[in-house]
Design a protein around this ligand. Structure first.
Ligand SMILES: Nc1ncnc2c1ncn2[C@@H]1O[C@H](COP(=O)(O)OP(=O)(O)O)[C@@H](O)[C@H]1O
Ligand SMILES: NC(=O)OP(=O)(O)O
Length: 320
């Protein structure tokens, strides 16, 4: 039986830091990510794709503001569902094109994610969305629009919104059925549309869920062997952004937990990725990888000295 890899594609890999967010840019970047997924399938993996939406959902929120009062702005969770449709479509088209005659059946599932209405994250926004701004422009926008802004991993300042922990994938059964039928499934895009129980029904809430944590939850739910987090850097670095910066190539969960405690990884970028890997491996996952699209297949196979490959401490000691 084929082993399953859940592959999470960064929203910042669809729209790169220096890009403005045009459709053509996203389509071209989607190709590189589709090629990575194609490589994994050729290596014998069954693949589920989760994509991010930070840049795109933030851009859409700015477009909503600009449309007022002619057209009413929509809530953030509705914008999340819109990005699921757009990026799901982009990725499915790119995968078909990259695979050519070898194209798999690929479907994108509109996915809702249950979160806890009492999650303290609602009072402490950490999820960066939209474009990067200079400090001065960010301050001005924060004043004018009531945004909270933070510095994002040395790349500039961005708006931040609440990012509660993903609790339950509402469409989990459907996703599993499609996988069992042999589809490449795109699911939980943008971390999933955040919903809570409200008077006996599910209702959207103002948040953007971290797609790496959503991917880890999905990977555990479906019993995946590997979690592959595809982003804009080859590897996780220690002392990132300093002259002492160096890549982590292989690590145990104990090593990564210690680096997290030491404050090596910023919130809103690398910290949730590392946490997602730890959650997956602690729940029995086989291997977690953080790397760029081009290296993903070889890092997962253990054939590359670049990229970051994490296994549970027990497995690294040969006990599992
Ligand atoms: N310790 C670190 N090692 C590598 N990259 C880091 C580190 N800390 C922060 N980063 C930044 O985090 C980015 C990945 O986070 P982000 O762009 O939010 O992810 P995504 O690709 O999922 O959208 C990297 O491209 C890099 O700029
Ligand atoms: N929703 C989410 O995690 O998006 P990014 O990957 O773009 O940050």
């Amino acid at each position: 039986m084929l082993r399953t890899a859940v592959v999470a594609l960064g929203g910042n890999a669809f729209t790169r830091e220096h890009q403005s967010g045009t459709y053509e840019e996203m389509a071209s970047n989607a190709h590189a990510m589709a090629a990575a997924v194609h490589g994994l399938r050729q290596a014998g993996w069954r693949v589920v794709v989760v994509h991010g939406n930070g840049p795109q959902v933030g851009n859409l929120a700015i477009q909503q503001d600009a449309g007022e009062p002619l057209v009413p702005g929509l809530p953030l969770f509705a914008l999340g569902s819109m990005t699921q449709g757009m990026l799901g479509s982009l990725f499915c088209l790119a995968l078909r094109e990259v695979c050519g005659d070898d194209s798999p059946d690929v479907v994108a599932v509109v996915t809702h994610m249950r979160v806890d209405a009492r999650d303290p994250a609602f009072d402490h926004p950490t999820k960066p969305i939209g474009p990067f701004f200079s400090a001065a422009a960010a301050q001005e926008l924060a004043q004018a629009k009531g945004w909270q802004v933070v510095e994002d991993a040395g790349r500039g300042y961005r708006r931040v919104v609440p990012s509660p922990a993903p609790v339950e994938i509402v469409e989990a059964r459907g996703i599993t059925r499609l996988l069992d039928e042999g589809f490449v499934v795109v699911a939980a895009g943008g971390g999933g549309i955040p919903v809570t129980d409200h008077n006996g029904r599910l209702a959207g809430v103002e948040a953007v869920i971290d797609k790496d944590l959503a991917a880890a939850l999905l990977a555990v739910d479906i019993g995946a062997h590997a979690l592959v987090l595809v982003t804009g850097v080859d590897a996780v670095m220690l002392d990132f952004g300093t002259p002492r910066q160096r890549a982590i190539t292989t690590a145990s969960t104990a090593d990564m937990r210690q680096h997290l405690l030491d404050g090596q990884f910023p919130e809103g970028s690398m910290a949730p990725k590392v946490r997602a890997c730890l959650e997956f491996l602690d729940a029995g996952g086989g291997c977690a990888v953080i790397t760029c699209p081009e290296l993903a297949p070889s890092v997962l196979a253990g054939h590359s000295t670049a990229g970051t490959r994490i296994v549970s401490t027990l497995a690294s000691q040969g006990a599992a």
